[in-house]
Design a protein around this ligand. Sequence first.
Ligand code: ATP
Length: 357
Amino acid sequence: MKIAVVPGDGIGQEVVPATLPALTMLSEAFGLDITYDVFDWGADQWLATGTGLPPGATDRLSRDYGAVYLGALGDPRIPDMAHGRDILLGLRRGLDLYVNHRPVVLEHGVIDLYRENTQGLYSGVGGSISRSGAVTVAIDECLYTRETVEGFVRYCLGRLREAGRRKVTLVHKSNAVPNTGRLWQDVFRRELEAFPELVGSEEYVDSFCYNLVRDPTPYEGVLASNLFGDIISDIGAALMGGLGLASSASICPETRFALFEPVHGSAPDIAGKGTANPYAAAMSLVMMFDHFGHGAAADLLRACVRKTAGSEAATPDLGGAGSTRGFMDNVMTLLGHELSARAGTAVARGPLTAGER
Ligand code: ATP
């Protein structure tokens, strides 16, 4: 399988290259045959040529690649993030990546947060009227199609069941935003009927945020529309201990094509210093291994990244004095030890017997 690697801007150009050797090492160790090509889509290219996502890029990606691994998009020279919107929204819409999965990893366990990724208030429908250069009327429409909400809810419930989760919460605001709110509630209730293992509940987004910050332990699976999910995922990152720790996958359930990226942005304040935390980027690779069914590679990388976060190699945001490279060098050393210990065990045990196979 081939991955399209897009380091992007700012610390994306540091954390993504630092994590690629781990991708190669695990691919070789587990015989996964994963290769990648690097694309320089981002602020520099936008400023030099005016091109964000090159024409035909999504067709090429869906034909020749299985996934995108993205660093971050954002640059102080482009304050309206026009290039970021062009590239990221172009990828999400062009590849129909309408399910966004953001695991919130806490001490008590994981909350699987799922955000609809292409419609709602981000559908791009709207406009404004100006008088003497000042905007006087502005409209952004919240648009949802039943097909997308059904596909989203069904896929997420399936993933939650696979992961052995028991509870799922729909976050909505149907008292104030009744039309799309009722569509979501109706689809959620109907789809849940096919998942008797899951207990569903519904919460207004304001009280959900209040409850989540006060006590996240009751939540297991959370489903939210685009804007609500965007906001909740930043609360989730804060609960985890910082933006440097949160990772995400944007998935098209029909094609399985997916885009993996850390939740953080380009962090211009620390870009170029070599101190950005590569944890979230590396965990995006963990999500990628998991998504494509390579659970053993995912588990091993996850364990080595977590161990490094608690070691002397931890970066300043985690209270350490380490660097991006130093963090990933430590991960590579741990992976090397672990893989050679396993190879040693395999040799010592000899070939599998017919029964074991
Ligand atoms: P953008 O405009 O691209 O969204 P931003 O600086 O506004 O960038 P983020 O990059 O998401 O937003 O992060 C906010 C702050 O969190 C950063 O300024 C940085 O201090 C910190 N931060 C984010 N990611 C990391 C990371 N990987 N390692 C260390 N600190 C980080």
